[in-house]
Design a binder for this molecule. Structure first.
Ligand code: GCU
Length: 436
């Protein structure tokens, strides 16, 4: 291999592992260096009046705040396509050692087979009474990586981390089941939850021009000639939209209790899960795992990843207007505690990892904490603590939080907490008790 090739391979590996490629010295990792900042008050309306009850929140302040997030951060959310159809392409009633039913469903967004589409993988536990509650989330590497199940169709779109942009065959069998830990399908089945997941690359390949191969391009009026407006949705917007389309399908499936569907995501897909939860009130519970900047972490702390850095390295994630706040977080009219507040009164859980400083664990905790006044309007208790809890000590009632040992990842420990949280809020209990 020549030196250039080695360099290219190393660069791709670095991007793939999501390691920040700037030196720590360029960012704040020291609590003492966090500038003083003022968080916007979620209860303060644009006209200067203060929200005093849940009706004023729902009818006045919530729509107002949602609009600011749409205009300034994630871009406008598109609606449900009128002609969308679903096709169940495979069903096997006896997979994962008999513990689950596997279905694969294709959603055709424009109702045509050669138009934009996504492939949903659905596992439903076998040994419990139907309908069952479900978790929904996008996966990073293809549906076939979620479980070591030979029957899952291999993803056939863009390959994450691949050198070529655009459509490219996914690696094959060797990656089957490679994301079994982050998805913990066996645990979900044992606890009586269905899991519905889609490869995020089906919706939009994750690079600056990826929209040309994704649903944003396919739905845009001017196709590939599209010039996006400053408040048009970015990749996070279309990924979140895809999560809502999965829920559209689940509402049609009699095995699923669509009133008890939790949306969950990790990292950039954790940002996505929060945005989906904020915009689509059908999601009954929302989970953000290590979502960091543009997710659960407060932007105004400027700890770890900053708005300027995220908009530079990932220019396709947010809307054009978000760039106004590069190196200028103080002018942001909202902060991420208000994104969490948009989920109220539904339960929400934010999780951090001790070594994931890039995502600002304290900023994630403080976001959750500062969403509490909105939950209080509904008579609900949030975190029930004022200070950040110790490592591996989950807290919270309607707002859950933990910081666990280890790195930026989804581990079994995280799933144990999410399932216990969902059990509590969905009044659901199957299988042996999980530590709460
Ligand atoms: C990068 C990015 C983060 C993101 C993460 C991921 O580290 O800077 O904002 O959360 O990738 O999605 O893995």
């Amino acid at each position: 291999m020549n030196k250039l090739l080695v360099l290219v391979v190393c660069f791709n590996l670095l991007m793939c592992l999501s390691i920040p490629d700037l030196s720590a010295a360029d960012f704040i990792y020291d609590e003492g260096k966090v500038p003083s900042y003022t968080l916007p008050d979620p209860l303060l309306c644009a006209d200067g009046t203060k929200v005093a009850d849940s009706a004023a929140w729902k009818n006045k302040r919530r729509p107002e705040l949602l609009k600011i997030f749409e205009t300034e951060v994630y871009g406008r959310m598109q609606g449900k396509p009128a002609k969308m159809t679903f096709e169940i392409t495979s069903t096997d009633k006896n997979v994962l050692g008999g513990k689950a039913i596997r279905k694969e469903i294709t959603a055709y967004f424009l109702g045509t087979k050669n138009g934009p589409k996504m492939n949903i993988l659905l596992y439903v536990p076998n040994e419990v009474k139907k309908p069952v509650p479900a978790f929904v989330g996008l996966n990073f590497e293809g549906n076939h990586t979620v479980a070591k199940d030979p029957g899952i169709k291999l993803a056939d779109r863009w390959e994450r981390g691949g050198k070529e942009k655009g459509m490219r065959k996914m690696p094959g069998e060797e990656t089957r089941g490679s994301a079994s830990v982050p998805w913990s399908v066996d645990m979900l089945m044992a606890k009586g939850y269905a899991l519905a997941t889609v490869y995020y690359g089906d919706l939009e390949p994750d690079f600056a021009e990826g929209w040309k191969w994704g649903v944003r391009g396919a739905l845009a009026k001017n196709g590939l000639d599209t010039q996006f407006a400053a408040d048009d949705g970015g990749a996070i917007g279309i990924w979140a939209w895809g999560l809502s389309r999965i829920l559209d399908y689940l509402e049609t499936d009699s095995d699923i209790d669509a009133k008890h569907v939790a949306v969950m995501g990790h990292s950039r897909l954790g940002k996505t899960a929060l945005w989906a939860g904020a915009t689509d009130e059908r999601f009954a519970l929302v989970i953000s795992n290590n979502s960091g900047c543009g997710g659960a972490a407060l932007s105004k702390r400027i700890f770890g990843e900053t708005v300027g850095r995220i908009n530079t390295v990932f220019p396709h994630w947010f809307c054009g207007n978000f760039r106004k706040y590069n190196e200028n977080e103080k002018d942001l009219p909202v902060d991420q505690h208000e994104l969490i507040a948009l989920i109220a009164p539904r339960p929400v859980y934010a999780a951090s990892a001790e070594e994931d400083k890039w995502a600002d664990p304290r900023g994630e905790f403080l976001s959750a904490k500062n969403a509490e006044p909105v939950y209080k309007l509904f008579g609900l208790e949030g975190l029930c603590v004022d200070d950040m809890p110790g490592i591996d000590k989950p807290v919270g009632k309607t707002i859950g939080y933990h910081i666990r040992t280890g790195k930026h990842a989804v581990l079994e420990y995280d799933w144990e907490q999410y399932i216990a949280f969902a059990d509590r809020h969905f009044n659901h209990s199957v299988g042996s008790k999980v530590e709460k």
